[in-house]
Design a protein around this ligand. Structure first.
Ligand code: CMP
Length: 140
């Protein structure tokens, strides 16, 4: 399997509780390399565009409000099978269903405030990376 890249967000509930380092340690222990990272505060419009695929879901407005409520850390992760590996270390979307030891099992507060986001497929990873990073910022 060739090296793969995925996009990750450490969400406002986690940055508020100063969990960036603990979450990064879990990513690195899983064999993922953080090849780009920045702390930003999204506008509600920026969050809305990022999550446009969910625009007809009942939680869309709440999700965009939450994602723009405090700083987030956006990241590009690289590794063998990085998309699946990151989803494994994140755990299920709902922390009640997340496997023990995963980021969401340990840190997430609810299905909406679930500490991390990770791309679900190579196509979405490419689009999500390009939404926040230019090519010269990726220094694997
Ligand atoms: P994420 O992986 O960032 O992708 C979409 C997000 O929508 C998801 O994580 C959850 O945080 C959020 N989400 C999913 N289901 C719900 C829900 N029922 N209520 C609020 N937010 C949700």
């Amino acid at each position: 399997m060739a090296l793969e890249r995925t996009f990750s967000i450490i969400k406002p509930d986690a940055t508020r509780r100063n969990l960036t380092g603990k979450i990064n340690a879990k990513l690195e222990e899983a064999g993922l390399r953080i090849i780009a990272q920045k702390r930003i505060k999204m506008t509600k419009e920026q969050a809305g565009k990022f999550y446009e695929v969910h625009k007809d879901r009942p939680f869309y407005d709440e999700l965009c409000e939450f994602m723009s409520s405090a700083p987030v850390v956006v990241q590009v992760l690289e590794g063998e099978n990085a998309i699946a590996k990151n989803r494994e270390v994140m755990g299920a979307t709902n922390p009640a269903d997340a496997a023990p030891g995963t980021i969401r099992a340990e840190f997430a507060e609810s299905v909406g405030e679930n500490s991390v986001h990770g791309s679900d497929a190579p196509e979405t990873a490419a689009v999500e990376i390009a939404y926040f990073f230019s090519g010269t910022e990726l220094v694997g």
